[in-house]
Design a protein around this ligand. Sequence first.
Ligand code: FAD
Length: 394
Amino acid sequence: MPSQPNMRTSGSLRVAVVGAGIVGLSTALEIRARGAEVAVYDSGVELGAGATMRAAGMLGAAFDWALEADQRAMAALARHAGMLWPDFAARIERLAGAGLEFSKEGALVVARSEEEASWLGTLAAACQARNLPVQRLSADEVRRADPALSGNLVGGLMLPEDRQVDAQIALQRLGAALSRSGVGLRLGRKVERIVGGQVFLMPDGEKFDRVVLATGAGALPAFVGPRGAPLEHGLVATVPVKGQILALAPVDGGPRHVTHTRDVYIAPKSRWVLIGATSERGRADTTVDPDKIAALRARASEIAPSLANAPEVTAWAGIRPGTPDDAPMIGQTAIPGVFAALGHYRNGVLFAPATAELVADQVIDGKVSPLAAAFDPLRFDKLSEAPHSPAQEN
Ligand SMILES: Cc1cc2nc3c(=O)[nH]c(=O)nc-3n(C[C@H](O)[C@H](O)[C@H](O)COP(=O)(O)OP(=O)(O)OC[C@H]3O[C@@H](n4cnc5c(N)ncnc54)[C@H](O)[C@@H]3O)c2cc1C
């Protein structure tokens, strides 16, 4: 791992964050809270150019990771992030002066057949093995927990710590929280080239001691030395994973909880009900396929019949920033003073407060925790495991 450049006192440290998605903004907030001066650059003229604005906002530490026996570090990161979220949401709300629709309701997972019920048993056992709270529900208990769900379901689970937030609102609130904390938001500024040396020179002429790359699925800036020679950051490019999602108008008596099956989820917000999502690895376009959207609605209506006739508000596609092993890249790159907060794939909303903490530990304190070490951004030349392939995507 490359060494840190000489550390100045954090009060005078100047940090540039490239990328104003939920990962970049959360990291900027944490670094600012630890006393540094921070500016965030984004190519979008307003917040929301990237995946965060297209996310379902589920914070599914148990549903997404309990079953991944070979992904201990990811499960630990997910659990840690899930535990940080209540305080993180409260802190943003306090700073922004408005809430982000963080809901503590818990998520349901339901079975449509005996085969799926057996899979639920496996998921429940995996949660218990990881000390993640889980309650088994009979078919009647599922209906009592959420009367909008179909009477044909054969059983379910309640995951009380799998919460949700409105990701789009959270991003806006984070932006407001940063402005009120004195962080400069430099929107409409694509960063294509950074000159490294004793300090980092941004295209607008501003100088920083540290740079955090949080560009999601976007292209990384090139780094050059003071005489124009390329500087190698050692990062691999992120892998685009397209996801399409449908937003329906809320209906009377509609579902209240995040509800998963193995192949669809329903995430009800106050302004719409999100149904997701496709997973199209290697695709970076944002066209919406009406057949795929219709298939999502059909699956969701099977578990919540009132959604069959709910008016469509909109549908969209976003690009998840994957990596070769689908774990994020968190930590210092091969250029001392340049840090990655990249590759958050299908869990960037969930992971954001944990990534912010791990990156700030390194940027401000030069401390790499054992959890962060598992996400070393320079690990890929050492990769030998098979790529990870989840059953259902956020
Ligand atoms: C359909 C769908 C559903 C999802 N649902 C969930 C969910 O329920 N829960 C969950 O946790 N996650 C979910 N995700 C994943 C989540 O959206 C991402 O992991 C997360 O948003 C990544 O955040 P980010 O800040 O890294 O990237 P982004 O939000 O993409 O932000 C990156 C920013 O960097 C900017 N940028 C890029 N390059 C440059 C440059 N060179 N110069 C300046 N700016 C630049 C972009 O304009 C963009 O604003 C979902 C994703 C999709 C597509």
